[in-house]
Design a protein around this ligand. Structure first.
Ligand code: PEP
Ligand code: MG
Length: 753
């Protein structure tokens, strides 16, 4: 059953448009279930009507013509109740409605199931039969499963159809806010390497160039295969070596390669042609019953991937980014960001991830509007299209009208002016009207962060994410390379303190040269857990930090993801060892202040004990929120549950501050919450000694804290801590702020929340 299902969905998924896909589905279901009718009705959201879109068994001419109100007939009944309906005799049902042009009167048995995607009814799938009978449980479960699979096929096809429509209509897709702001530009789709399915369609006029590239790729792949085959000749059995011959034959295969050439000649670029033709062949082979031939599908896919990898290698070297590049990808990586010249990158769109994914954090630091988690975005069809990244609402608009572009240009300008008006605060301290002083620090990682932090008047670096330079490198950077990088950072801020966090990889931060495959990476091998298991990496990094600090002495070291005391003790032992080592080598630096991050719930409860071991504490509210609320910070589907105004988060933070101060140790916070001007009020009231944030938001935070008294902030906090709902918390603060006359900030922040 599962196999059948997969086959049908695959076949429909490969169809060129929605109409063909639905045609395939109704035909296959009708055959598989041996029923007389299978039909799909889709709900038109604008008219609120179901339309018969495909049928096998009813009068085909009725397709597109039968319209029902969303609550009309059995179809409407299934859609409204969002449940399957199994009737031995449909006409007995009070909701039954007769449509003369469908030939429906001849069918008694009716089984319908809703097609639901992301909580929304897209349509209804129906099978019917002449004889009176109740469908079996197995049949019901087949049709229900089919409905769920169909939902994805329909959603994808609708999305991609809307984008490629020749009328270039405006289409909107919703995701979550990654970085606030608006950008208008040209979509540049970046592909995961050698992923056939991810290759977008791209029209080309330079057919000969594409043909040449394709032929060059064939030649290189052929040579590589021959080379590997020769190299392995002694180690492999003849039947295993024969595989290489099979691959070479495929490269010479006139029909396979000829079809790709033909597709290029029709105007598709070489990579797209490979995807198109290889998937047709794979599909054809997978559908064969002969198990030997079926297996060949894998080989064809493999040869396709090899050709693609080769083409992408050439492509990569020649990428020309337009002046207003909006990077669009399934999953944007920091490396992709670094490949676009800084002055050309204006926006970011990622299909995966959420507001608190690390790429979103980087985007905020860079001040580039970003929308994350745009599930279902037909990005393969978007290359070269004009789009708007609406980072205020978490929305991507394709083919926007001129009026809309103008509206967003104005919005972006307003935001720029707001920031410019705050630049006068640059050299002023962050002191409340009643004299409470708070330090505002920045988070850094990227090269550009330094200049921006200085322009905004940061008083130090509260978090330098050392993993960022590691991610940009093609292997672990050597001690010397690291020393140079860290030295630059320390010198840039000297004499202000720079808090360097030891390597925090795992979760959504991976190094291409140190892959970690885990089912549940955020609960897995992450942060300090990895570096303690790899003292050679940890010690090397500490040695580099210490050496970089020579004669500067503004370094602070921070340990991430601490969940138990033994991790701190272990890390401190290694840090001491590194310190003695370099001392013996003649580098004389004092031991810098060492701190640890509270970002795991267990650490909240151990704050008092942990604080005794170190010189300072820094709270990582991004992870703390994720772990306290059991909401993956990277998962767009649960993004609306991720909320640092949640009472559990607020109470944990407050407890942490009190327990830390009881040990007379300073405490800061370096999660994104610290850069939210409204949350910053609560954090100040709780007693945090410093807030560390992205440089972009620092002026706004300073602006509000310089106007609100410390006493008032404590009153607001007191009120807020009595609440049990994050939404109430948020509105209490907003209400209070508007009562105090902070309207402009609220309206600017409101756009974002
Ligand atoms: C945090 O978790 O709040 C934090 C600052 O660390 P990161 O976002 O890098 O995980
Ligand atoms: Mg963290």
């Amino acid at each position: 059953m599962l196999d059948l299902l997969r086959k049908i969905v695959q076949e429909a998924g490969n169809a060129k448009d929605l109409k063909t896909a639905l045609g395939i589905i109704v035909l296959r279901i009708k055959e598989t279930m041996s029923v007389q009718v299978c039909s799909v009705y889709l709900l038109d959201a604008q008219t609120d009507q179901y339309i018969l879109m495909a049928t096998e068994g009813l009068n085909k001419r009725a397709t597109g013509k039968v319209h029902l109100q969303s609550d009309e007939g059995l179809v409407g009944f299934v859609g409204t109740r969002q449940e399957p309906l199994n009737l031995p005799n449909a006409s007995d049902h009070p909701q039954y409605r007769y449509f003369p042009n469908t030939g429906e009167e001849r069918y008694s048995a009716f089984l319908g199931t809703p097609i639901i995607h992301n909580g929304q009814v897209l349509g209804v799938l129906v099978v019917q039969q002449k004889e009176r009978r109740e469908f079996s449980e197995e049949e019901v479960s087949f049709i229900v499963t089919m409905g769920t699979q169909l939902a994805t096929v329909i959603a994808q096809a609708e999305a991609s159809g809307s984008v490629t429509s020749k009328y270039a209509q405006e289409v909107r897709f919703t995701g979550v806010i990654g970085a606030k702001g608006a950008a208008i530009g040209e979509a540049v789709v970046v592909l995961p390497p050698a992923d056939l399915e991810a290759v977008p369609d791209r029209k080309t006029k330079e057919i000969q160039v594409e043909l040449d590239l394709f032929n060059e790729a064939i030649e290189t792949v052929r040579k590589n295969i021959q080379k590997t085959s020769t190299k392995l000749a002694k180690q492999l059995r003849p039947d295993e070596l024969a595989l290489f011959d099979a691959y070479l034959l495929m490269l010479d295969d006139a029909s396979l390669m000829g079809d790709i050439e033909k597709t290029i000649r029709n105007g598709q670029w070489a990579q797209g042609a490979i995807r198109e033709v290889i998937s047709q062949y794979v599909h054809r082979f997978e559908a064969m019953d002969d198990s030997y031939l079926k297996e060949r599908a894998t080989d064809i896919k493999d040869i396709g991937r090899r050709l693609l990898a080769q083409l992408q290698k050439q492509d990569h070297e020649n990428t020309e980014y337009p002046a207003n590049t909006i990077l669009v990808s399934e999953e944007i990586s920091p490396t992709m960001l670094s490949e676009v010249p800084e002055e050309k990158l204006v926006g970011i769109v990622s299909l995966s991830g959420s507001s608190n994914s690390h790429v979103a954090i980087l985007a905020r630091a860079m001040g580039i509007p970003a929308v994350m988690g745009v599930v279902g975005l037909p990005y393969r069809k978007m290359d070269g299209l004009k789009i708007i990244v609406n980072g205020f609402f978490g929305e991507v608009i394709i083919n926007p009208s001129n009026e809309l572009c103008q509206y967003f240009l104005n919005l972006a300008e307003e935001e720029k002016q707001l920031l410019a008006s705050l630049s006068i605060l640059r050299d002023l301290p962050c002191i409340t009207p009643d004299g409470h002083k708070l330090s505002l620090w920045v988070n850094t990682g990227l090269q550009g962060d330094v200049g921006k932090a200085q322009q905004r008047g940061a008083e130090g670096v509260g978090l330098y994410r050392t993993e960022v330079p590691f991610m940009m490198s093609s292997s672990f950077p050597s001690e010397k390379e690291q020393t140079t990088i860290y030295r630059e950072q320390l010198e840039a801020f000297y004499p202000l303190p720079v808090t360097m966090r030891t390597l925090d990889i795992g979760g959504d931060k991976s190094l291409p040269y140190f892959p970690i495959e885990e089912e549940n990476p955020f609960l897995g091998w992450r942060g300090i857990r990895i570096t303690l298991d790899h003292p050679e990496i940890f010690i090397l990094q500490i040695r580099a930090m210490l050496k970089a600090n020579e004669n500067l002495e503004n370094l602070r070291i921070l340990l991430p993801m601490i969940s138990s005391i033994h991790e701190v003790e272990h890390a401190l032992r290694l840090i001491n060892r590194a310190w003695y080592e370099i001392k013996e080598e003649g580098v004389n630096v004092p031991m810098p202040p060492i701190g640890l991050m509270i970002e795991v719930p267990s650490a909240v409860f151990l704050t008092a004990t942990l604080a005794k071991e170190v010189d300072f504490i820094s709270v990582g509210s991004n992870d703390l929120t994720q772990y306290l609320l059991a909401v993956d910070r990277n998962n767009a589907r649960v993004a609306d549950l991720y909320n640092y105004y949640h009472p559990a988060v607020l109470h944990s933070l407050y407890k942490t501050v009190k327990d830390c101060h009881a040990q007379s140790k300073p405490i800061s916070i370096c999660g994104e919450m610290a850069g939210d001007p409204i949350a910053a009020i609560l954090l100040m009231a709780m007693g945090f000694d410093s807030l560390s944030m992205n440089a972009t938001n620092l002026p706004k935070v300073k602006w509000i804290l310089r106007q609100l008294s410390f006493d008032k902030s404590k009153e607001i906090l007191k009120d807020v801590l009595k609440q049990d709902d994050p939404r109430v918390v948020y509105s209490i603060i907003n209400l209070e702020l508007s009562r105090l006359g902070f309207k402009s900030l609220i309206s600017s922040e409101k756009k974002f929340n």
